[in-house]
Design a protein around this ligand. Sequence first.
Ligand SMILES: [Zn+2]
Ligand SMILES: [Zn+2]
Length: 350
Amino acid sequence: MKAITFHGVGDVRAERVPDPKVVDPTDVVLRITTGAICGSDLHQYHGRGGTLVETGAVMGHEFMGMVEAAGPEVREVRVGDRVVAPFSISCGRCEWCLRKLPTQCSTTGRAVFGGRFGKVFPGGQAERIRVPFADYLCEKVPADMSDEDALFLGDILSTGYACAENGSIRPGDTVAVFGAGPVGLLAMQSAQLFGPARVFAVDRVGYRLALAEEFGAEPMNLDRGDPAAELRALTGGRGPDVVLECVGHEVPFTQAIEAVRAGGTVSSVGVYVEPSMGFPAREAFFKDLSLKMGICNARNYMRPLLPLVRNGKLTPARIVTHTIGLDEAPRGYAIFDRKEDRAIKVMLKP
Ligand SMILES: [Zn+2]
Ligand SMILES: [Zn+2]
């Protein structure tokens, strides 16, 4: 089959690789109908975060498709079902999965499709993929939902929603979202479900801020100066009640803590690739703030969020800017990485 493989920093290629097969009796093999390139794929693309994925490894953890083959112990899904899976691979049975922390699964060693930690499983930027623990991981998609609407349940929509939920937004609150990339934009959509009076979108990419505005956010261009000072100025000197950090770098994380009001909440879902960074501990301490951060346990959100998408309360497909063939994925990585051609979300059609 055809797949996108890693060959070194900045070098991904469309190549022929062996077709996946059912290995364990709880596996399925999907024929992928839609995949996507994620911001965290760019970390691998740049070799950030220490270990590189192996040369020739199949990339990607955002995908959905049709069950083409199922192992003898698969009960919940059958051949022909249309399903979406989360980005992380978990067994559904270990202590961590039972604690509703499937990203911490000890059976797979916190594995991610196409990732480099824990057990290695080929990714979903391909024509087919092996999905282990299929009964736990696969969520059936109703026939009336498009791939574009369903796909993001497996990662970026669940991540954006979890970020907003962890912010404990109350009706009438002021919320600031740092980062207007795919996750930040979906965090803004999700934040609106909690009834904030105002949502600010903080970024420096004009076309992304324009979409944030369509999602009801007030754009704040970072080029105007210190966003924490600006946010305080715009909120009568107090700062937003909730800050959602969707970038994953020291600077926006620090600015989020500086911006939030006393007793407010900072919720962070940006993927931090550096092992440590500066933390404004004194400011956080004297502000009595709440901090929630971490990798999203997307499996927990897929089923509850599905009806919100199906009924138009969340419209994740609006962030899609490019739909290209799998062969063109190397170009997709390049434009997404450089924010060229107004790229926000690049979808891949095998
Ligand atoms: Zn992702
Ligand atoms: Zn587990």
